[in-house]
Design a protein around this ligand. Structure first.
Ligand SMILES: Nc1ncnc2c1ncn2[C@@H]1O[C@H](COP(=O)(O)OP(=O)(O)OP(=O)(O)O)[C@@H](O)[C@H]1O
Ligand SMILES: O=P(O)(O)OC[C@H]1O[C@H](OP(=O)(O)OP(=O)(O)O)[C@H](O)[C@@H]1O
Ligand SMILES: [Mg+2]
Length: 295
């Protein structure tokens, strides 16, 4: 019998693409792309990769053309609200990259004073379902105009009064004379899966992949921190270290009053943290990245 392989759909090129390939790489999976560049194969695990437009990913996963996929939460929620599939794909986990917001934006000169200002106005968006749901929550009646791309130019062309589009730095809005006025949806890349039960063989591949992804995500903010400190400050320093439990305390040769402290910090270590540690008497502080972490 042919070996079962797990099929994952990822974006071919765009804002999700690099992060998706990077995640697979961090999981120890190298994707060798086929000549048509639409199909890739992983050597290290029985996984096939399909390279698609991001909008097609939820449907490919819902329809069983792929088992799992990586897509923006915004695109996935839009698809769910549109109710196009009897058994839509299911969200498995957030992946911590491609963070952005779906935001309502209005021309800078508009003295915008809350959602009610949008009553009877035209709003251009590629996300009509999410936009309509937000308007409904706010109790505002407005006309939603669907645009597939270049949404930000709509007010200038008098196609719409406002837009509802993806914002990260805000540079695109600014360049088009627009300002953000309300957040409709917070988004990041997510892993989705087909709603049906996998075969035992496929489930085992899926479980192994999830374990690796969790290991990569866990190590993302985590740092290995080393420092010397007065023996008397060990307790205060341990309490202060972000997300660290039970650090290793080592003798320092020829210096009975001082020890070396080694700890895994599970949260970000900022410059402020280092300043505080210094105040508590720490010196020779080293912060090292952690590549992978298994519980
Ligand atoms: N500026 C941004 N910063 C971070 N994430 C973003 C940004 N813009 C979009 N995203 C996220 O990445 C997803 C894909 O965005 P992209 O602009 O690549 O889509 P696209 O142009 O529709 O691509 P495709 O050609 O695959 O249809 C979005 O749905 C959103 O979740
Ligand atoms: O707030 P900013 O940092 O400016 O990012 C927002 C822009 O990024 C995305 O487009 P992208 O640049 O991916 O190009 P696209 O319009 O071709 O998808 C998105 O559609 C916005 O237009
Ligand atoms: Mg798209």
């Amino acid at each position: 019998m042919a070996e079962e392989r797990l099929r994952i759909a990822i974006q071919k090129s765009g804002r999700l693409s690099d992060g998706s390939f990077e995640l697979l790489k961090s999981c120890g999976l190298k994707v060798s792309r086929g000549r048509d560049k639409l199909y890739g194969r992983v050597q290290e695990m029985p996984i096939d990769v399909l390279l698609l437009r991001d909008d097609d990913i939820p449907a490919f996963v819902a329809d069983n053309a792929c088992d799992i996929g990586i897509v923006g939460q915004n695109v996935f929620e839009e698809e769910l609200l549109s109710e196009t599939h009897e058994a839509p794909a299911e969200e498995v986990m957030q992946l911590g990259f491609a963070r952005c917001r779906l935001m309502l934006a209005a021309p800078k000169e508009w003295n915008f004073d809350g959602a009610n200002d949008l009553a009877s106005k035209r709003i251009a968006t590629s996300y009509p379902a999410l936009t309509k749901a937000w308007l409904e929550r706010e109790g505002v009646e407005a006309k939603v105009v669907m645009m597939k791309g270049s949404v930000e130019v709509a007010p200038r062309l008098k196609i719409a009064d406002a837009v509802c589009d993806i914002v990260s730095t805000g540079a695109t809005l600014d360049a088009n004379g627009l300002k953000p006025v309300a957040t409709v949806f917070d988004s990041e890349a997510i892993l989705i899966r087909n709603a049906e039960k996998f075969s035992a063989e496929k489930q085992a591949i899926f479980d192994a992949l999830i374990k690796r992804i969790n290991g990569v995500l866990r190590s993302k903010d985590a740092k290995y921190i080393m420092m010397n400190a007065p023996r008397s400050a060990v307790e205060a320093i341990t309490e202060f270290l972000p997300g660290a439990d039970a650090p290793t305390v080592l003798e320092l040769a020829g210096n009975p009053d001082k020890v070396a402290i080694h700890a895994v910090c599970r949260e970000s270590v900022f410059w402020d943290t280092l300043e505080e540690l210094k105040k508590l008497g720490a010196s020779a502080i080293l912060v090292l990245p952690i590549e992978k972490m298994m519980p």
